[in-house]
Design a protein around this ligand. Structure first.
Ligand SMILES: [Zn+2]
Length: 475
């Protein structure tokens, strides 16, 4: 009895002790002492995540822009240097400026404030997408990787610079915008059109592009985005007189279109490397296995090396880097089960290399489809953006930071196969460079998806990186 009782006591004390111990560790792990800039960044991040900025009735980008403007004002920015403007109240953008002492043209820093919709029921039960949740070394919430961490880096940096009384060599402009993810009020386009003077710059740095990559627990590379492939849709259509399907002839709209699409499916646009993709293949060869590395080097040396190109093209990503692609994505045709089709239509989605001309791509389609009865029409006004020329100063800075902070991993120019707001700035004549600032695991991509998250340490590293980076560009 006694022993048993003692045993029980010991046991409960152990449980109690281990409970205290565990609780202590947990609270210690979740709330390490933050530096003042880290605490500031965390507060800003939390405030931004918890303002719904989706393109829905519940979302309000203007509210987020105002909240950030209030923080800038409290940090000592004169009211004249802060603008909250947009075509609609809930689609307002924030533009702020730190005045420099030199005559150089400003540098513009941007991120978008809007996020893709997230429904709590689609997320893990303990995670509200519109609350900042810190769990086991990650911040969870909609926008934690796209791109409210980028907004946070920029606001935190501008506040720190202002509070230090830092006077840059030239003006620095901050721009946080609406409707990058969709919606009718893209902030970058609107600002370029209505207030170009507020955002005009020698070049822009976009936190919403480029890659700082983790892979299997190792820092892999720093990618600086210089360009994006241009998106364009074509409608293909074959028309025919139709008639009764009990007496078909050989002229059939569906068959003709299908035959053309098969020819298109078998066709590859020629390999065409640009300054960025050449540098990408050169600088990342050392990160690949020996065979792929040899193909990377071969294609740089001779883009007409068909064997190397064919092996690389087995990766849809490498293929997309090497050439313009066009692929059928939608199909419609006919009007009744028992009638010959009078129309057959397809949508062909092309991702053009930045230097490719729309008219050339259209002509190539015409040749490959090889049927005058297939009409080809461009959908809408695709507005193609040029590549930004490699920026030697930015490359050099990133190389310095890679050595200083990340063990000298390769700095690599990157052409995105998708699109960001950088497109509109490039069309507007402002060269734009994507610098992500925060390391992400290449095997754990959650932007736009369930349980979006960023590593807590990666986040704070990004806060510090951006502060040092912006300052070094402006000294
Ligand atoms: Zn984004």
């Amino acid at each position: 009895m006694k022993n048993a009782f003692v045993g029980k006591l010991v046991c409960s004390s152990l449980v109690l002790l281990s409970f205290i111990f565990t609780a202590g560790v947990v609270s210690f792990a979740q709330q390490p002492a933050l530096t003042a800039p880290q605490q500031l960044a965390r507060d800003i991040f939390k405030e931004l995540i918890e303002i719904n900025t989706t393109d829905t009735p519940a979302g309000d980008v203007g509210k987020a822009a105002e909240a950030m403007a209030a923080r800038l004002m409290a940090a000592g920015f004169p009211a004249d240097d802060i603008r909250v403007i947009g075509p609609l109240r809930n689609k307002r953008n924030l533009v702020a400026r730190i005045h420099g002492k030199g005559p150089g043209k400003p540098i513009l820093f941007l991120a978008h404030l809007d996020v893709v919709e997230a429904l709590a029921k689609d997320w893990s039960p303990n995670l509200d997408p519109f609350k900042l949740n810190e769990v086991d070394g990650f911040f969870y919430g909609r926008g934690t990787t796209d791109i409210k961490e980028g907004d946070t880096f920029l606001i935190t940096t501008f506040i720190r610079l202002k509070q230090e009384g830092f006077v840059p060599s030239r003006d620095l402009i901050l721009m946080l915008t609406a409707d990058e993810e969709g919606g009718d009020s893209n902030g970058v386009q609107w600002l370029l059109k209505e207030h170009r003077d507020l955002i005009d710059a020698e070049y822009a740095v976009n936190t919403d592009a480029g890659d700082f990559e983790w892979q299997k627990g190792k820092r892999l590379l720093l990618g600086m985005e210089t360009s994006e492939k241009n998106y364009v849709d074509f409608t293909l259509e074959v028309k025919s007189n139709g008639g009764h399907s009990s007496r078909p002839g050989k002229d059939n709209a569906i068959n003709r279109l299908a035959a053309g699409l098969v020819r298109l499916g078998e066709f590859d646009f020629p390999v065409d490397l640009n300054e960025t993709t050449r540098a990408f293949f050169e600088r990342t060869a050392s990160l690949q296995d020996a065979a792929t590395a040899a193909d990377f080097r071969a294609i740089v040396k001779n883009p007409a090396d068909k064997a190397a190109a064919a092996r690389l093209a087995r990766s849809t990503y490498f293929n997309a880097l090497m050439r313009t692609t066009c692929v059928a994505t939608l199909l419609e045709g006919g009007h009744a089960h028992n009638a010959l089709p009078q129309s057959a239509k397809a949508n062909v989605n092309c991702r053009m290399l930045p230097d490719a001309k729309l008219a050339d791509v259209e002509n190539t389609l015409k040749k490959v489809l090889a049927d005058d009865r297939i009409s080809i029409t461009v959908v809408g006004d695709p507005g193609t953006a040029p590549a930004s020329p490699l920026h030697p100063v930015l490359m050099k800075k990133l190389e310095e930071f890679s050595k200083r902070l990340y063990g000298g991993i390769p700095v690599v120019p990157v052409m995105d196969t998708g699109a960001s707001d950088g497109k509109y700035l490039r069309i507007g004549g402002i060269p734009t460079y994507g610098v992500r600032g925060v390391f992400m695991d290449v095997d754990d991509e959650r932007a736009h998806g369930k349980d979006e998250r960023v590593g807590v340490k990666d986040f704070y590293d990004g806060v510090e990186f951006y502060y040092l980076f912006v300052k070094s560009l402006a000294e």
